[in-house]
Design a binder for this molecule. Structure first.
Ligand code: ASP
Length: 304
């Protein structure tokens, strides 16, 4: 399963833009399928799928990341392996094309779970990752989006529910989750965060248990929406706990998680979930969420 962000998405009015999103999601799903058909693990699949989405400027991750209050890109990403709960995460990084790959290096090449900012960038150098120039990230849409947010004195989701008059904001945070034929689960989430955020603000995406979670005994989860809501409700781990403690399947645990998110923190956003048996589910409190799935080897399905 993959997602490309939650929000109003009222801006995606014309057919061409919708087709562009859905084609991208479908292509990424098929790429994930191919990796696992050729024997790749769930972890390899989610890393590759997340990296592809980071490379697509229509999404709020990698090259399409939104800008913070200083007009700079600060990206967060995480990846988690359900086999042993190993995880790698980075926060407030810039000048790398694929934060999810750096998160993967943190998982495999360091003894830590999370590295941030300059320390994370030095680690990227140590791992031989190339630095990309600033202009790699700056799309005219992103600059305009920040200008609008500043004018409204707002910190907002990439496609904010309350921001229906902004026609050009049509991007979203990304996530990928997978179960491979061996029953292993993995999850990855990557984002530029929210528009006009404070410098140094870290959202839920790189936080294990909030924006990302994977445990072979329960499920894989990736979240998108207002990170503060997801951190306070520890939503990804809460969904996993519903499965572990109440023996729920993907659909039941997703519904219970969304109910909890709404009741406790009036949370705004959505989640994608695969349970240990390979059932796919999604839930949201915003109007829409771009997402897609391949269930039990069937056809790729894509939705707003
Ligand atoms: N969850 C992300 C954050 O708060 C934003 C998003 O999903 O669009 O950083």
């Amino acid at each position: 399963m993959v997602h490309g962000g939650a929000g109003a998405l009222d801006n995606v009015k014309d057919n061409r833009t919708a087709v562009r999103y859905l084609d991208s999601i479908r292509r990424v799903l098929e790429h994930g399928r191919e990796i696992m058909t050729l024997g790749g693990s769930a972890l390899q699949a989610v890393e590759a799928c997340a990296a592809l989405l980071e490379d697509d400027p229509v999404f709020n991750a990698g090259c399409g990341s939104v800008l913070n209050e200083n007009g700079k890109v600060e990206m967060d990403a995480a990846i988690m392996d359900g086999r042993d709960l190993s995880a790698g995460a980075v926060a407030a990084v810039d000048n790398i094309a694929n934060p999810v790959q750096l998160a993967r290096f943190v998982l495999t090449e360091s003894e830590h779970v999370m590295l941030i900012s300059e320390g994370a960038m030095r680690f990227a150098d140590h791992c031989g990752m190339d630095r990309v120039p600033e202009h790699y990230f700056y799309t005219p849409d992103r600059v305009e989006q920040l200008k609008q947010a500043r004018l409204k004195h707002k910190i907002m989701l990439d496609h904010d529910d309350t921001d229906v008059d902004s026609e050009d904001q049509k991007y979203g945070t990304i996530g990928a989750i997978a179960r491979d034929p061996f029953g292993n689960l993995a999850a990855a989430t990557s984002t530029g965060g929210i528009v006009n955020k404070r410098m140094g603000r870290v959202g839920d995406s790189p936080i294990v248990g909030a924006g990302v979670y994977a445990d072979n005994e329960t499920c894989a989860v990736s979240a998108t929406g207002y990170g503060e809501d997801f951190m306070r409700s520890v939503i990804a781990k809460t969904i996993s706990d519903f499965m572990f403690m109440k023996n729920m399947n993907a659909k039941e645990a997703t519904e219970a998680g969304i109910e909890y998110l709404t009741r406790k923190v009036s949370g705004r956003g959505g989640v994608i979930v695969i349970d240990k048996d390979g059932n796919c589910s999604s839930g949201l409190t915003t109007k829409k969420m771009i997402h897609g799935w391949i269930e039990h080897g069937g056809e790729a399905m894509v939705r707003f």
